[in-house]
Write a protein that binds this ligand. Sequence first.
Ligand code: COA
Length: 263
Amino acid sequence: MNQQNWGSFQTLLGHLEEDVLTLIINRPDKMNALNQTVLSELEQAITQIEQDQRVKGIILTGAGEKAFVAGADISEFKSADVTRAMEMAAKGQAIFDRLEKNNKPIIAAVNGFALGGGCELAMACHIRIATAQARFGQPEVNLGLIPGYGGTQRLTQLVGRGKALEIMMTGNMIDAGQALQIGLVNYVVEAAKLMEEAKKLMRAILTKGPQAVAKVIQAVEACFDKTKNGYQEEVELFGQCFGTAEMEEGVSAFLEKRKPKFS
Ligand code: COA
């Protein structure tokens, strides 16, 4: 399939294949650790994704065969004080928040270690597919730290309080099978099939109405936003679907016994 380079970054690679963008964190010699450059470039990439009409869905993965992302770059921690550390956490959280709230579906294709900030990055994506070799964990306690890019919140939301506390208090890694069992990932697949499966799932989502998919993301988001009443948000978003060309097409197609064509 025709693939074109997308964006121009030092630490990210982008490939656009039809309307699906594959975004690769590209520091394989450092296990794709998230240094400040990666974070800033991720932020730029999100802005570009939001503006680029060609991009309808995003698959996020790591370069090389060993790691998705092995965490925040620990070498940047040594020089930080309390104020700087709070700035770093706030910046990471804001970027991951933009991923999670993005209108366009984002799938994490977890190809190896997803530790610390890497696990947090995967959790900020809408769906996670992992290879059987992937390993997950929040090992910050080994460094005298706690997760700072939303991990304490998202891991608890995804797997429940008991498992989240165990994972974060022990710092132990879990394998892909355990991650599947506790709901941290949606699927585990063979390494050779990871991108194919992620694209297949993305393609299935992209055959649906894009505005409806965006509204699903927004309504689910409201469940975790303490300032919002999720049920009321659902009422409003459901209402907004009526009168859209998408809903007109979806309902007409059903009544006419044909497949809908959303644009
Ligand atoms: N930050 C900075 N550098 C990192 C890193 C991180 N989070 N994770 C890995 N690296 C670097 C290593 O320092 C090493 O660099 P070097 O070759 O210049 O010495 C390189 O990536 C390869 O890692 P290495 O530890 O040699 O690979 P391994 O296969 O033996 O172990 C891991 C892989 C992922 C288990 C191990 O690297 C690790 O525990 N990383 C840290 C995980 C972590 O604590 N993350 C949370 C951070 S808050």
